[in-house]
Design a protein around this ligand. Structure first.
Ligand code: FES
Ligand code: FES
Length: 151
């Protein structure tokens, strides 16, 4: 099927099979490898992208679900005005190590900030980021970064 969608602000017409996963189309066909595959079952959040501004797991989202909608990946987020601040705060707090979870964390945090759903509150941040798993940092630094961004 042919679908029209917008990826990182660029209109795209894509031919996809009904079973094609958004993650595979982004990574293998559009070369947008910032979204990572890990658990493949909507648990870890490394494949997070924004669909109309809302975080989704691209590993369990069908590509045709992006029809008529806006997809944003970390590559697109990196071009937005607010990204420099997010990058600065993550760097200040050393909020990443291997970086495998970082694109998903950044997209989720950005979405929550834009929705006004992030606060300078440990419990709020922990709950908000519960769908994004990090195996390296122990979360402390990421929580501190998210709280600073919320402030
Ligand atoms: S790879 Fe998609 S949630 Fe883990
Ligand atoms: S920084 Fe390595 S998984 Fe989060």
């Amino acid at each position: 099927m042919l679908i029209e969608t917008t990826v990182n602000g660029v209109p795209r017409t894509l031919e996809v099979a009904p079973s094609d996963l958004l993650l595979d189309v982004l990574r293998d066909r559009l070369g947008l490898t910032g979204a990572k595959r890990s658990c493949d079952v909507q648990v870890c959040g490394t494949c997070t992208v924004l669909l109309d501004g809302v975080p989704v797991s691209a590993c369990t989202t069908l590509a045709h679900e992006a029809r008529g909608r806006r997809v944003m990946t970390i590559e697109g987020l990196a071009e937005t005005p607010g990204f420099a601040r997010l990058e600065e705060v993550f760097e200040h707090h050393n909020a990443l190590q291997c970086g495998y979870c970082t694109s998903g964390m950044a997209l989720t945090i950005t979405s929550l900030l834009e929705a006004g759903e992030l606060a300078d509150d440990e419990d709020v941040v922990r709950e908000a980021l519960s769908g994004n798993v990090c195996r390296c940092t122990g979360y402390r630094a990421i929580i501190d970064a998210a709280r600073e961004l919320a402030r």
